[in-house]
Design a protein around this ligand. Structure first.
Ligand code: FAD
Ligand code: PHB
Length: 389
């Protein structure tokens, strides 16, 4: 087989890149290890920045999203029983969009059905070769048969645990990592959201987040130690803990019901530099991870795809490799800003096991400053709605 761009990983990054390239007549093949149903069963991000919304439209996939999404013009930050409304629209002129990663991925898989062979699922032993030559190729096993795709470029979109990042020789690669001493216990429940906007709440018992997918599907999270087991969290225990972390009137208004999904995820900040090696380009979680507190994971993957897509178009349409040469530097500049914001949100809104009284006072001062300063609210809003590409 031969293609122009071989894409490893059929999550949102890989599928979106392939779909965008298709609009310019650039051929690609996506190699995904799992089945389509498995990928669609992963409940992940829920908030799209305008950049990601724009990319979906550019890819020709705006229709269902525009019909079914919910536009949010602000959010609530709650602390110690107080509430700070952050009015994104008034502060920045922009909003965010509630449309789940599952829906994004479903739209991308559905679109790929028009081109049989563009997205191959259940591929084992995917391995790129000769990335530092001008004739790279990727081998994989599908239906028991080893196959080979020759290509011009390889996009490593295979997430944090993929193989692409490992292809950059250790001496050329630098990894920056921070882990946090807690995780997020999250549930999905077929209940109306407690409030029309998201609520990010910090309290003496720790962080909580009230999010949603639609008017009868809520997504709630509480900070918990990573030593906790999900089996130890009955629905009743979860709802009790969530209520105790929210301002009283929201706790009272909360409609509870059985959870339809429940899981604990670790929180991590991670960046790999560079994001390009030879003819390999890393995108999304393959290159960087943020803790979910700023809703930046999927959105930062999207900005990588924007930069790589435009660089590939520049190369194929104008024979100009400048964008490809600069991809790593360009993408990393924006990645680090998302890392900073996600770290800041996480640090300010969570309780840390080793926090001193001084640290707690500083957190409180941060919240009071946010409450009282429009400039501080604007900084939060500008980052939350998404920095420009
Ligand atoms: P992924 O979605 O990880 O996709 C990578 C794909 O590559 C996967 O389908 C995988 O099966 C495939 N793959 C891996 N290895 C190989 C291989 N060797 N060969 C072939 N294919 C391979 N972000 C938010 O903004 N908000 C959230 O609430 C949120 N919640 C999250 C919860 C969890 C549990 C996790 C893990 C992430 C969460 N994120 C969240 C982050 C967000 O989901 C990711 O940033 C986003 O999925 C990145 O997309 P991606 O395509 O780069 O990577
Ligand atoms: C979600 O709805 O899954 C969600 C929303 C905002 C976040 C994290 C997760 O910051």
């Amino acid at each position: 087989m031969r293609t122009q761009v071989a894409i490893i990983g059929g999550g949102p990054s890989g599928l979106l890149l392939s779909q965008l390239l298709r609009t310019k007549g650039i051929a690609s093949v996506v190699l995904e290890r799992r089945s389509r149903d498995y990928v669609l069963s992963r409940i992940r991000a829920g908030i799209l920045e305008r950049g990601m919304v724009g990319l979906m439209r550019q890819a020709g996939l705006g229709e269902r999203m525009d019909k079914e999404c919910y536009v949010h013009d602000g959010t609530l930050i709650a602390f110690d029983g107080e509430e700070i409304p952050i009015d994104f629209k008034a502060l920045t002129g922009h909003s965010v969009t509630v449309y789940g990663q599952t829906e994004v991925t479903r739209d991308l898989y559905d679109a790929a059905e028009a081109d049989p062979g563009r997205v191959l699922t259940e591929c084992d032993e995917v391995m790129p070769h000769d990335l530092d030559s001008d004739k790279p190729y990727v081998t994989f096993v599908k239906d028991g048969q080893t196959q080979r795709i020759d290509c011009d470029y390889v996009a490593g979109c295979d997430g944090f645990h993929g193989i692409s990042r490992q292809m950059i020789p250790a001496e050329k690669r630098r990894e920056y990592e921070k882990t946090y001493p807690f995780g997020w216990l999250g549930i999905l429940s077929e209940t109306p959201p407690v409030h029309e906007e998201l609520i990010y709440a910090t309290s003496q018992r720790g962080f909580a987040l009230c999010s949603m997918r639609n008017e009868n599907l809520s997504r709630y999270f509480v900070q918990c130690p990573m030593t906790e087991k999900v089996e130890e969290w009955s629905d009743d225990r979860f709802w009790d803990e969530l209520r105790r972390r929210l301002p009283a009137h929201h706790a009272e208004a909360m409609v509870t019901g059985p959870s339809i999904e429940k899981g604990i995820a670790p929180l991590r900040s991670f960046v790999c530099e560079p994001m390009r090696w030879g003819r390999l380009f890393l995108c999304g979680d393959a290159a960087h991870i943020v803790p979910p507190t700023g809703a930046k994971g999927l959105n930062t993957a999207a900005s990588d795809i924007h930069y790589l897509f435009n660089a590939l178009v520049q190369f194929y349409e104008e024979a100009d490799a400048d964008g490809l040469e600069r991809y790593s530097e360009t993408a990393l500049t924006r990645v680090w800003k998302a890392e900073r914001f996600s770290w800041w949100m996480t640090t300010q809104l969570h309780r840390f096991p080793d926090q001193t009284d001084f640290d707690l006072r500083i957190q409180r001062a941060e919240m009071e400053f946010l409450r009282d300063s429009e400039a501080a609210q604007k900084v939060l809003a500008e980052n939350y709605v998404g920095l420009p590409y």
